[in-house]
Structure formats: C-alpha cells, structure tokens
Ligand binder design. Sequence first.
Ligand code: FE
Ligand code: FE
Ligand code: ZN
Length: 277
Amino acid sequence: MLNIGCHLSTSKGFKNMGKEALSIGANTFQFFTRNPRGGKAKDIDAKDVNELLEIMKKNNFATILAHAPYTLNGCSADENTRKFAIEMMADDLVRMEYLPNNFYNFHPGSHVKQGVDIGIDFIAQMLNTVLKPEQTTTVLLETMAGKGTEIGRSFEEIAQIIEKVELKDHLGVCLDTCHIHDAGYDLSNFDAILDEFDQVIGLDRLLVVHLNDSKNVKGAHKDRHANLGLGEIGFDILNGIAHNERIKDVPKILETPYIDGKAPYKEEIEQLRAIKP
Ligand code: FE
Ligand code: FE
Ligand code: ZN
C-alpha cells in the first residue's frame, strides 16, 4: 500500500491530526513542531499524543514527520541565530520523544555570505550538539531548491554534512521533488536520480519524499510548490515517483498549495492511490 499523507495543522491537537488524516485517505502526515516563523512551542498534552499513537497503531500508519520552523538557521552568520537554532532543535527533539520512532525534518539553512563550506561546518556542529545516542527520532535533512544561499541544493552538499556528523545512525534525508527540480535535477528519469542519490548519499538514507509539483522550470532555484499536474513536473512523473518500487515503503507527503482556500489533499491522495503508472 502507498504510504501517503500531507501537511496538517496542529491547531486542534495531535489526535485531531490522526482523525483528519484518516478522513482524507492518508496513512501518514507532517506537522510543524511550532509556528513555522519560530516562537515558543506549545506544551505537549501526553493524553492527546497517546490518542494519536493509538489511532496510528490501529490504522497501520507509516512513520510520521515533524517539520522544524523555517526560521531555524543553524549556519547563520549571526552567532545568536545559530545558538537559537540549536536550542530550538534540541527542544523539539526532546518533545519528539513523546512520539517515539518518528522523523524530524529541517532545512539545512542559508550560509548568507560565508560560503558553503563554513555553512556545512556549522550545520554539522549543530547536529553534533543536539543528537543524542538514546534518541529514537531520526533527523532528516531536506533537499533544497538553492534559493539564495540555501545549503542542500545538491546531493553532494547533503552528503558532506552527513559525513561530518558523529551519530550518523540518527540521520536521514527528505527528498522534496519541487526543490530538486528547482535545483536542476531532471525528474523525468527518476530511476537515474535514485542511482545518483544512492551513489552520493546512499539510498538507505532516503526516508521521506515531499511530493510537490513546481511552478517554475527546472533549475529556476525558486521553491514555489504547485498542485500535482499543475506545474512543470507533471502528474505522470510525480505519480511514477509515488509508486516507484525502489522507495515503495518511503512515506510521501504532499505540501501542495490550497485551491480557492481549500486543501487539495483528499483529491490528490485519491488520484495517486487510484492511478497506477
Ligand atoms: Fe520543508
Ligand atoms: Fe518540502
Ligand atoms: Zn518548498
């Protein structure tokens, strides 16, 4: 069975996200650990979380995914911003243990004018500070579009970060289809992309796919998501990725835009489940 879900709002709590996922035919989902622009995280309600865990168990959910705030920049040129990123991630990872054995995804960050190598060092330092041997959460680096000075625009940059981290067992990668298309990868031959990923990073690290179409042409370095089939990648390619045998069990998460103020996820999930490539 396809492991597919989408980004959901935490505003009504954890149990509600489980119910919402079920109502749209999803068996996984993603949520923000706190306001995506940063700020304080809500206290965890253990009862609410346990009710979600029960729903997940009863309905054979795949692994779920938390997303770090966008403001987290562990490779900023500003020391306070870097310190804040470490504190936020460490705090998020403590709270993730209420949902054991799931994933925590973050954007590697923007090096601003310091250069990629310094940026990569800072990101690795952050991970070496926050990762703990006993944690059950796997931390994922997301592949990025290469907007501005974003790090993670190539598999090589992601591999260089992982290389510098001690507790590699706690690391994985979230491949965002919109982002890698915008970074310049040609998704029309996804098996070739998987071969390249395997050579550079190792396919066993590919733990989540963000399944998004892109409003921009390949290599645009923009990062603007489109609904499946309404962008430059196209439905057939994205559907082929969703059903690719080599990443069969990897959860696929939609982060596609709302249409006329309405979430498109139920329909997109239905299409993906119904249409075999
Ligand atoms: Fe993201
Ligand atoms: Fe993404
Ligand atoms: Zn994006």
